[in-house]
Design a protein around this ligand. Sequence first.
Ligand SMILES: [Zn+2]
Length: 218
Amino acid sequence: MRRFKEYTVNQYLELLKNMKIDREIKEIHLHHTWRPDKKGYEKASNKESVIYSIYKFHTESNGWDDIGQHISLTPSGTVWDGRDVNMDPASIKGRNKNALAIEMIGNFDDGYDKLEGVQLESLVKLLKGLFNIFEGVKLIFHREYSKKTCPGTSIKKEELLDMVNEKQYPKEISEWAKDAYEWVVREKISDGSDPKGSVTREELWTMLYRYHQKQYGK
Ligand SMILES: [Zn+2]
């Protein structure tokens, strides 16, 4: 029987980083399963059997060689592996070459499931990781090349990309420190990274020095 493995997003990205991938990945395709929806997945006592039934449908009804997607993202924020990453997916007709396909489990058309909480956080983390691993890769929604609404009418590509590209503050910045954070980054006194990290003496000297230079020149 075809088996599948479940990972956290971090585990999966680690695995991918260490994998020998001998085809070029230029596009990440995003889909939703529609069926099963989130409830359908959540109520299954054996989660692997849900992925297996997608596999059965893809191989038996659709006649594909294997499950269509490389990655399935669950409502609890974990991912299941799928088709070998070294193989093209069965994802979007005419665009499968150089693609990596993700199926989000749920029905994200307006009025049905919401992409939120851990599933949304995991998707953002996953896409961030994939953008890092496959430099220059583009995010493609299924509906851009199809009449379908996939990955769901409630999901807006621009909003998702803003989250992936961190237009907001890094999550760890305390409310009371935000003005100072904006200022040190704007004034190039610090790059703003690692907000809770401790400061060495030389780093403090340098920050004071940069500030002094700004105020008074050399
Ligand atoms: Zn789709």
